[in-house]
Write a protein that binds this ligand. Structure first.
Ligand code: SF4
Ligand code: SF4
Length: 516
């Protein structure tokens, strides 16, 4: 199921890439869009609050005034408030589904998954109370049904549904209370958002400007074309017959007509528990986390800057080194063993003439000594010409399938785990070319692996690939699993160019990096 989901997402994203480009692909910014919609809801909510009156008759009248008299501003604000709330649910559910299908929720990443659930669960009572406090027929329906549902729990002494027996039993005080609940939960939601991104460094909470402007513009246009209006005024003497449910928030309400309240509770609690426990069903196998080798660590903090998971810190030296006052420290609970820190460490150079190659920080089971050994061995036994070494991420297109005459593939936990000096090393030890690949641009499994790699290879981020390295013998191409045919084609082009005109510089293809 996960694989089918991954293939589905890759296909949709490929299509969105061709329309919006990878930078503005909304599927690559679902988390940031959640923040964005939240802020739109808060901003428009503040405007509505200025006019809102939390009372039985005032609540409906004030919303009607905004929608009908002040339609050009208040009406638009109300509609944007509603549509952004719906969009918030949509992007959050998509975000969760995508992380699940791409297996980005287990191991050390459980925390973000687990804390994402309260974020999702908080959105629903906020949305429901938002409908409730308008007190039209939809609000009335929500109030009655929700009260009956909550009353099933034996924790409220006075049944809440009693407040909705007759029109006279509905009080202004109750509206004030519901309004406070709506507001306070919205503030809690922000706190929940912050906790959710706590273990992610440089969290993506702002969508790119073009995407943000386009999204906001779409909401405004939708609000003008299909403005939101209330149903008829709430009246407990009249049973609502025709309701336009907001399915993003009210998908469970029709169930209450056919199931018992106990069954609806069981479903809600069961689904919530199931989602919360998914990271351990099954748990990710124990990983070999990054380790610092103090003898090789200068405390430069490049690894800290590049780690995507807040898994590294700089602290005062523990070995009284005479020259370096600081050292790196791994925060084991956050480390996902992506190896990006290894690619960032200036000590990760294969050129040293030591029997045991060590660097400042390394993955114990996939260290740079092994990578150097594998590179040298491949170059020694490769037959065919030109010889090409492919370094690639094991989570992107399967590079092992590229191995053929003259081509050897080295899989890494992330393309960001490749120290740039290995490209130089491979070229100096007999490779005619080096081909680097990993997840699609804008969507790295380990968040920044492909971005940092592009920076390192184009002298935009330390450690740099040395300027003397002939760029025409390097090709970078990003490809997801389903992009394998394109990857194969790109490698073949590179191979032909190396064979035909080894001295020429190359023109970049659409998905490639211009390095000439
Ligand atoms: S392997 Fe390195 S970069 Fe990756 S999470 Fe662990 S410490 Fe951070
Ligand atoms: S990048 Fe290497 S040398 Fe610099 S602090 Fe990290 S482990 Fe130490």
């Amino acid at each position: 199921m996960k694989q089918a989901g991954q293939a589905g997402f890759e296909r949709i994203e490929s299509w969105l890439n061709s329309i919006f480009g990878s930078r503005n692909n909304p599927f690559y910014h679902l988390g940031a869009l959640s923040f964005f919609f939240y802020f739109i809801v808060i901003g428009t909510g503040i405007y509505l609050f200025i006019f809102y009156q939390p009372s039985v008759s005032g609540s409906f009248d004030r919303m009607e005034y905004l929608s009908r008299e002040q339609w050009y501003l208040g009406g638009v604000m109300r509609s944007v408030h509603r549509y952004a709330s719906d969009a918030l649910v949509l992007v959050m559910v998509l975000h969760m589904l995508r992380e699940f299908c791409l297996d980005r929720y287990r191991g050390a990443r459980w925390f973000s998954w687990f804390t994402g659930l309260p974020v999702l669960l908080l959105v629903f009572p906020i949305g429901i109370t938002g409908y409730w406090i308008v007190w039209d027929q939809l609000g009335q329906f929500i109030a009655v049904r929700s009260s009956e549902w909550l009353d099933w729990l034996p924790i409220i002494a006075e049944p809440m549904a009693r407040n909705f027996l007759t029109n006279t039993s509905v009080t202004d005080a109750f509206f004030r209370m519901m309004f406070i609940v709506h507001t306070v939960l919205s503030i809690f939601l922000f706190v929940a958002f912050l906790v959710h991104v706590k273990k992610i460094s440089k969290s993506d909470i702002n969508p790119p400007r073009t995407l943000a402007i386009g999204t906001l513009g779409s909401l405004i246009i939708l609000s003008l074309v299909v403005p939101v209006f209330s149903h008829a005024r709430g009246d407990l003497n009249v049973a609502p017959t025709e309701l336009q449910l907001d399915w993003f928030y009210m998908f469970a309400y029709p169930l209450m007509d056919v199931w018992s309240m106990a069954a609806v509770w069981a479903l809600a609690v069961g689904v919530a528990f199931f989602i919360a426990l998914l990271p351990w069903m099954p748990a990710k196998p124990q990983q070999h986390l990054a380790e610092v080798w103090l003898d090789e660590c200068s405390g430069c903090s490049l690894c800290v800057a590049d780690c995507p998971y807040e898994a590294l810190a700089i602290q005062p030296r523990t070995d009284r080194h005479p020259r370096f006052p600081l050292e790196a420290r791994v925060i084991a609970a956050n480390c996902v063993a992506c190896g990006i820190c290894v690619g960032a460490c200036p000590s990760s150079t294969p050129f040293r003439h030591t029997r045991e190659l060590r660097t400042g920080i390394d993955l114990p089971n996939r260290n740079i000594q092994q990578l150097r050994g594998a590179t040298l061995q491949a170059l020694e036994i490769l037959t065919g010409s030109p010889k090409i070494i492919v370094y690639g991420c094991e989570h992107a297109a399967d590079i092992r399938r590229l191995e053929a005459n003259g081509v050897a593939a080295m899989a890494l936990p992330c393309v960001g785990a490749l120290p740039p000096s290995f490209i130089d090393f491979a070229l100096r030890n007999g490779a005619a070319g080096v081909f680097v690949t990993g997840c699609r641009a804008g969507d790295c499994r380990h968040r920044f692996g492909n971005t940092w790699t592009e920076g390192r290879l184009s002298e935009g981020r330390e450690p740099y690939l040395r300027r003397v390295v002939p760029r025409e013998r390097l090709r970078v191409f990003w490809a997801a699993q389903s992009d394998f045919p394109k990857l194969e084609c790109e490698l073949e082009l590179f191979r032909q160019r190396l064979a035909d005109s080894p001295g020429n510089t190359f023109k970049p293809s659409q998905n490639g990096l211009e390095l000439t």
